[in-house]
Design a protein around this ligand. Structure first.
Ligand code: 1GP
Length: 247
C-alpha cells in the first residue's frame, strides 16, 4: 500500500507539476478489460480514482483488480460510506460543502468512521464543491442539494476558503460527471488565488484545450472519467498534456 499520496500531491504542487487522475466507475467497469489496463499503463496517470455518486457494483473488486495489475496509486472517491474499502491506497473523505445536506457533511462520515480508523488507509479530508455544469448532475440528484451557480465566483471562493479554514486538505471543484460545461477558468483562478491547499477540478473535461485552460487557471489535479470511458485512447495524449504543462 502506498502511504504518502498527500505528500506527493503537495510536493508536485510546490514544484508546479500538474497531475491527472483517471476516474473509474465500478458499475461501468464490471468487466475490466485488457485494453483499459493497457491504456492506463501507457498513459501513466498520477492516480486512478474509483467511485461514483451511485454505485451498485463492488468497489472492492475493482480496487483489488487494479492493485493487482497496475502500479499507480488507487484512491477512493466515494459517493457514500458503502463504497469504502480498506484495500485502496487512499480515501478522499469528501464533505459536500456546497450543499446543506447533513448526511453528506457528517452523516456518511460517522457511518464509515470506525471502518476507516481500523484500516491503514491514508485519509485525505476534501471539501467537495458542486458547481452548476449545465445539466442535472448525479451528485445533485442523489444528494438533494443545489450546485453553486457558475456565475458567482465569490460564493465558490468563500466556500473553498471555509474548507481550508476547517482543516480540509484539498478542495475539489466538481461540475458533475458528464457536465456540459466544465468549471470555468475564472472560477478556478479565483479559488486558487485564495487557497494554499491543493485544488482538484473535474467534471466535463473532454479536450486538451480545457486541460490547459484549467491548469493555467491554477488547478493542480484534474479528474477525467466519462471522456476516457468513451475514448480510452485519449488517456495517453491527455496525460502527456498534463505532464508537459508549463506555466
Ligand atoms: C466526476 O469529476 C468527475 O465526479 C469526472 O467527471 O466523468 O465528466 O470526467 P467526468
Amino acid at each position: 500500500m502506498i502511504h504518502n499520496i498527500y505528500q506527493l500531491i503537495q510536493e508536485k504542487k510546490a514544484t508546479g507539476q500538474k497531475m491527472l487522475a483517471v476516474l473509474l466507475d465500478p458499475d461501468k467497469c464490471s468487466n475490466v478489460g485488457q485494453t483499459l489496463f493497457e491504456c492506463i499503463s501507457n498513459a501513466r496517470p498520477d492516480f486512478v480514482f474509483v467511485g461514483g455518486s451511485v454505485v451498485d457494483g463492488s468497489v472492492d473488486n475493482l480496487v483489488r483488480t487494479l492493485k493487482q495489475y497496475l502500479s499507480f496509486p488507487v484512491v477512493l472517491f466515494p459517493g457514500d460510506a458503502r463504497q469504502f474499502t480498506p484495500n485502496a491506497d487512499a480515501l478522499l473523505l469528501l464533505s459536500l460543502i456546497s450543499g446543506r445536506n447533513p448526511d453528506l457533511l457528517i452523516g456518511q462520515h460517522v457511518n464509515a468512521a470506525m471502518a476507516i480508523k481500523r484500516s491503514s488507509i491514508e485519509v485525505i479530508p476534501t471539501g467537495y464543491i458542486l458547481i452548476d455544469g449545465g445539466r442535472l448532475s448525479a451528485v445533485e440528484r442523489v444528494s438533494h442539494t443545489q450546485p453553486l451557480p457558475a456565475d458567482c465566483p465569490e460564493m465558490v471562493v468563500a466556500t473553498a476558503v471555509a474548507a481550508q479554514l476547517l482543516g480540509m486538505q484539498m478542495v475539489y471543484l466538481e461540475a458533475g460527471s458528464g457536465a456540459l460545461t466544465s468549471v470555468s477558468p475564472e472560477i478556478i483562478k479565483a479559488v486558487s488565488s485564495e487557497l494554499s491547499i491543493p485544488l482538484v477540478v473535474g467534471g466535463g473535461i473532454r479536450t486538451i484545450e480545457q486541460i490547459n485552460n484549467a491548469l493555467s487557471a491554477g488547478a493542480d489535479l484534474l479528474v477525467i472519467g466519462n471522456h476516457f470511458e468513451a475514448h480510452p485512447e485519449d488517456m495517453l495524449p491527455f496525460a502527456e498534456a498534463v505532464r508537459s504543462y508549463r506555466s
